[in-house]
Ligand binder design. Structure first.
Ligand SMILES: Cc1cc2nc3c(=O)[nH]c(=O)nc-3n(C[C@H](O)[C@H](O)[C@H](O)COP(=O)(O)OP(=O)(O)OC[C@H]3O[C@@H](n4cnc5c(N)ncnc54)[C@H](O)[C@@H]3O)c2cc1C
Length: 245
């Protein structure tokens, strides 16, 4: 049975991924399937009450293949003293939390065929992996994945990504990308992604990660000929449409 909405999830496996990142395998406590498509995310209620009295609920994209709907995987980067990432970095195997989902429109459309370009910055690689791993089943003939990231130690490693990518996906990593907040990031992203876009017609463009980079990038790709409305974005942070994250 597939049920969208709130449920309890159990941590069934956890492993460290280098400095300050952790892979978690999750299953619904009632054993139901999630019914997600690659690129979608879940919202986890961390149980932490924020100073204003609200519960800290945080989104995490599913990086596992949507061919498996019961045991799913997320990767979490610890962000300073942030409540969500710290709870998930420390929770024990067997622990349970409440979640809701799957949510999100960052996915290949039903009946898709052709070339997909996926651009990820920073932790956005999780959503990109989810999309890439479901791409062949979703109808993609070719998928180019560009990851803009500071270094191999920033989050998951290049090896982690390559081990999970289907052979048909083409991965380019712009390692040495300036750190989050650096003013040159938008222009650098536009130059690198613009080159990939120019390499051939794209039928879908999907972007995940830093909103401060991805919104200007979408404008740039539209100015280069990408169809308006044909570039999908998921801001993991720095979402210009939100007053606070
Ligand atoms: C759709 C979606 C999918 C996401 N998927 C993932 C995922 O797969 N893995 C993951 O680790 N995180 C992911 N995130 C980010 C996650 O939801 C939290 O924002 C993050 O874990 C920090 O939460 P926190 O409570 O620890 O810190 P908070 O106190 O909430 O965060 C502190 C600040 O850091 C910002 N921030 C979040 N991530 C980063 C980053 N990488 N670099 C710099 N600043 C950042 C937040 O927006 C906030 O302004 C996703 C976010 C969204 C919206």
């Amino acid at each position: 049975m597939t049920t969208q909405g709130k449920a309890k999830i159990r941590i069934t496996h956890a492993e460290p991924l280098g400095q300050g990142a952790r892979l978690l395998r999750l299953e619904r406590a009632d054993g139901a399937a999630l019914g997600f498509a690659g690129g979608q995310y879940v919202i986890i209620n961390t149980g932490v009450t924020l100073p204003g009295g609200k519960l800290a609920k945080r989104a995490y994209s599913l990086l596992s293949s949507d061919a498996e709907q019961r045991a799913v995987e997320i990767a979490v980067k610890r962000i300073g003293a942030g409540p969500g990432s710290n709870v998930l970095s420390d929770i024990a195997v067997g622990g349970e939390l409440e979640w809701s989902g799957p949510w999100g429109k960052l996915r290949l459309p039903d009946g898709f065929s052709g070339r997909a370009l996926v651009v990820a910055t920073d932790t956005g690689i999780t959503a990109a992996l989810g999309i890439a791993r479901g791409a062949a089943a979703a109808g993609a003939e070719r998928l180019d994945l560009l990851w803009l990231v500071e270094s191999d130690a920033y989050f998951v490693s290049e090896r982690f990504v390559r081990d999970r990518l289907p052979a048909a996906a083409h991965l380019s990593i712009a390692s040495g990308f300036p750190p989050v907040g650096h003013p040159e990031r938008p222009a650098r992203a536009a130059a690198i992604a613009g080159e990939l876009f120019a390499a051939g017609p794209c039928d879908a463009i999907l972007c995940a990660g830093d909103g401060a980079v991805l919104y200007p990038l979408r404008d740039r790709l539209v100015s280069l000929g990408a169809p308006e409305g044909g570039v999908l974005l998921e801001s993991f942070f720095n979402n210009p449409l939100k007053k606070s994250a």
